[in-house]
Write a protein that binds this ligand. Structure first.
Ligand code: FE2
Length: 280
């Protein structure tokens, strides 16, 4: 199955409605295993029904790729079984840490931008990749402050880990934009020279301006703004392949019809950006 076009993150408030449809309303969904694996009841039954009908990509939230907590064998076994059940062509996680000493923060926290931390993340990615039945992608995160004494930029840290781990890249274009505003750089310059051949999937989302702090917050709680759509359209032909783009919405979740209309808008921009590439 070819994954292309703009898909949607499957969210709890929409599951019943989606499961009742005659056909998939999107090219593909993205599902977090954490929201399904080990969960019984209605939600599990609905997701399993959707999996049988629709194309699904998986995206993990809790493996803390930059952290130190070991992954329990039963957690890995359940993840592998879920990935096989979905038929996902790859699995992704963020380049961040989110747990420590067994306590989950439910935050995507930046790693120190140091060579030692890069080596640590590379080893964790390689260890997880060795356990998974599909290729692994790392996602770039948004961050608001660098930890400790950085030895390199966030961009160069990401680059070092992607190259060292030799893994795929889930390019979150909204995260690049949010960081560019908060840290004052040109996102197109940031992207130029990055290993776009590693991009297998993109994320796009909305953010929120926080007036009191003067920062953009990566809330996934608003429609995608035009500059982020434009950045997606700018990078797609440079990737040179119709990689799938996933619209994330995690807060202030509107009716499914509203998200489907936003998806249509993004799909038009996507096809416009790839006109020359798709028909070459
Ligand atoms: Fe993302």
């Amino acid at each position: 199955m070819a994954f292309t076009g703009v898909g949607l993150g499957l969210r709890r408030p929409h599951m019943e409605q989606v499961a009742a449809l005659d056909a998939a309303p999107v090219p593909f969904w993205e599902i977090a295993p954490e929201n399904v694996v080990g969960q019984g009841g209605t939600r599990h039954r609905l997701v399993m029904g959707i999996l049988e009908r629709d194309a699904v990509l998986t995206h993990g939230l809790s493996m803390s790729m930059g952290g130190f907590d070991a992954w329990a064998p039963e957690v890995l076994d359940r993840l592998v079984a879920f990935l096989k059940a979905t038929g996902t062509p790859w699995h992704s996680e963020h380049l961040c840490w989110s747990s420590f000493g067994g306590a989950h923060t439910h935050e995507l926290l930046p790693m120190p931008f140091t060579r030692e931390a890069a080596r640590h993340a590379i080893a964790r990615v390689k260890a997880l990749q060795a356990k998974l039945p599909v290729p692994f992608l790392l996602e770039n995160i948004s961050y608001y402050a660098a930890l400790g004494q950085p030895e390199m930029s966030e961009r160069d840290f990401l680059l070092e880990v992607l190259e060292g781990a030799d893994c795929g890249w889930l390019l979150d274009i909204n995260n690049v934009y949010v960081n560019s505003v908060n840290h004052g750089f040109d996102p197109k310059v940031w992207l130029t020279g990055m290993p776009l051949h590693r991009v297998a999937q993109m994320h796009i989302a909305g953010h929120t301006w926080q007036e009191a702090e003067g920062v953009l917050l990566d809330t996934h709680g608003a429609p995608v703004v035009d500059p982020v759509v434009d950045l997606m359209a700018w990078v797609l032909p440079r990737i040179g392949r119709p990689v799938p783009v996933l619209l994330e919405r995690d807060h202030e979740i509107p009716d499914l019809a509203v998200l489907l209309a936003e998806r249509e808008r993004l799909q038009s921009a996507y096809e416009g950006a790839l006109t020359g590439v798709l028909h070459a």
